[in-house]
Ligand binder design. Structure first.
Ligand code: TMP
Ligand code: ZN
Length: 408
C-alpha cells in the first residue's frame, strides 16, 4: 500500500521546498509487523527538503498521523535508563528556572517527564494521542488527556484549567505536521510570562554527524534555531534560549516566550551564528550530506556482506525507529542481519518494517553471542557498551555507522 501526499510548500511559512535527495520507498519506522501483514505493508517515499524561506528541514511526503500514533504505538520512553535519567534532569531544570504552578506537556508519552511534577503535587496535564501510552502515564500518577495538541485543544485546556506557566515537550514537536497549529496552540495556552520549552533532534548535529537515520516518518521536521525562531515569530512568540543536549545523538532544547516578556539570552545569537558558519542554509551543505549518506550506505552494506560471506554471524542491537531508515535505504534484510535484539516486549517476535528482519528478546543476544552486532541504538552507545562488556570480552565486535562506518 502507498498513498501519502507530496508537499512542495513549507508547512510553516508556505515558501517553496527544495528537495535534495530521496531515501526511496520507506515503511513507517515503528510499524513492526507479523508475517501475515507483510503483503499489506504501507510505504511512502522518504524525501527530505529544506525550506527556501524559513530554513525548516522537513520531509515532503508524510502519512497521516493516525497511521503512526495509533492505539498500539510501540514506543515507550521508559525503556532506556539514560533517557529516564535525562528526563529527571530536564524536569528539575524546568523547576529551577521557572518554578511553574501549572505544567502542560505536549505528547507526554508514558509520563516519564511529568512524573517529577506529579510527585511534587504540581498541577499538570499531559496531552498524548496514543491511548495505550497515555494509560501507562496514568499508572505512574500522571494526569493525561488523549488528544492531538493543536489550537482547539489548547483553548479547551485553558478554559478548563487556566493558562500554562510552562508548556513542555520532548521529541514530539517534530512529529506534528500541523506545526502552525502547535504555534497557535502555544500562543493560546501560555500565560503572559509563560514559556514553551521543548527539545528535539537538532539539524546542526545531524549534519555534523551525517546521522541520516534521524530522518523518518515521525520526524516530519528537524529543527534549527533559525527555523524555530521563524516559526514562532508570526504568533507573537520569541526564541529566548537554546541549550544543546546530548540525547538522540544531538538535540537542542529551545525556550520560547511571548515577545518582549522575558530577556533573550546570548545563547540565541551564539547558536544562530554557529548555524551560519555550519552552512545550515546553504544548498551545498545538503549536497555534501547526500554524498555522505551514499558513501555510508556503500560502506555499511559492503562490510556486512563481506562479513557474511566469510561466514560470520551478524545481528542488530536495538530495533530503533531510526534503524528503519538505515535498513531500507541500505537494502539490508534477514540474509544480512540474522535478527535484531530489542528489550521492548511489543516488538519482540515481530519483524522490522520493510526489511522483515526478526526482532528477538535481548536473551537471544546474550545466550549465544554473534560475531558482530550493528549498533542501531548508537545514540545510547555509552549505556549499551557499558552493559554489554561480556560481548566484547567474548570477542564480539560492534559495527557503528555514525559518524562513519567502523568496527569497535
Ligand atoms: P530509540 O529511543 O533510539 O528509538 O531506541 C529505542 C529502542 O531501542 C527500543 O525498542 C528499546 C531498544 N533498546 C534496547 O533494545 N536495548 C538498549 O539497551 C537500549 C538503550 C534500547
Ligand atoms: Zn518555511
Amino acid at each position: 500500500m502507498t498513498g501519502a501526499r507530496e508537499l512542495s510548500a513549507c508547512r510553516a511559512c508556505g515558501a517553496q521546498l527544495r528537495s535534495f535527495m530521496s531515501f526511496g520507498r520507506m515503511p513507517l519506522a515503528n510499524a513492526f509487523l507479523a508475517p501475515a501483514e507483510f503483503s499489506k505493508e504501507y510505504f511512502y517515499e522518504l524525501k527530505p527538503a529544506l525550506c527556501g524561506g524559513c530554513g525548516l528541514f522537513q520531509i515532503t511526503e508524510q502519512p497521516a498521523p493516525e497511521q503512526m500514533f495509533h492505539p498500539q504505538y510501540a514506543f515507550f520512553t521508559r525503556t532506556s535508563k539514560s533517557m529516564v535519567a535525562h528526563f529527571g534532569a530536564y524536569a528539575r531544570w524546568v523547576q529551577t528556572q521557572f518554578a511553574p504552578n501549572f505544567v502542560v506537556e505536549v505528547g507526554c508519552n508514558d509520563g516519564v517527564l511529568l512524573e517529577t511534577f506529579a510527585r511534587q503535587g504540581v498541577q499538570h496535564l499531559g496531552i498524548e494521542p496514543s491511548a495505550n501510552v497515555a494509560a501507562v502515564a496514568e499508572k505512574h500518577g500522571v494526569r493525561t488527556q488523549v488528544a492531538f495538541f493543536g489550537e482547539a485543544v489548547a483553548r479547551d485546556v485553558r478554559t478548563r484549567h487556566g493558562a500554562a506557566d510552562v508548556i513542555l515537550a520532548a521529541n514530539v514537536i517534530c512529529h506534528i505536521p500541523d506545526i502552525r497549529g502547535v504555534a497557535a496552540g502555544v500562543a493560546a495556552l501560555l500565560g503572559p510570562k509563560g514559556v514553551f520549552v521543548f527539545e528535539e533532534p537538532y539539524l546542526g548535529a545531524m549534519i555534523d554527524k551525517g546521522s541520516y537515520d534521524q530522518i523518518y516518518d515521525e520526524h516530519v521536521f528537524i529543527f534549527s534555531a533559525q527555523s524555530v525562531a521563524a516559526l514562532f515569530r508570526p504568533f507573537g512568540l520569541e526564541l529566548i534560549q537554546c541549550l544543546p543536549q546530548p540525547t538522540h545523538g544531538g538535540s537542542m532544547r529551545y525556550v520560547v516566550a511571548r515577545a518582549g516578556a522575558r530577556p533573550v539570552t546570548e545563547s540565541v545569537a551564539r547558536t544562530l551564528a554557529l548555524e551560519d558558519m555550519q552552512g545550515l542554509q546553504r544548498s551545498e551543505t545538503y549536497e555534501h550530506f547526500r554524498a555522505r549518506c551514499e558513501r555510508n550506505r556503500e560502506q555499511l552494506v559492503g562490510l556486512v556482506r563481506d562479513l557474511r560471506a566469510k561466514g560470520h554471524r551478524v545481528v542488530g542491537y536495538a530495533a530503533t525507529s531510526k534503524s528503519t531508515t538505515v535498513l531500507n535505504y541500505c537494502g539490508l534484510g534477514p540474509d544480512d542481519i540474522e535478527f535484531i535484539s530489542d528489550t521492548t516486549p511489543e516488538k519482540q517476535g515481530k519483524f522490522t518494517p520493510g526489511t522483515h528482519i526478526p526482532v528477538r528478546p535481548h536473551e537471544d543476544f546474550t545466550r549465544r553471542y554473534p560475531d558482530f552486532a550493528v549498533l542501531f541504538g548508537w545514540n545510547h552507545e555509552a549505556e549499551i557498551l557499558g552493559k554489554e562488556q561480556a560481548f566484547a570480552a567474548a570477542g564480539g565486535k560492534w559495527i557503528k555507522f555514525v559518524p562513519g562506518v567502523q568496527l569497535a
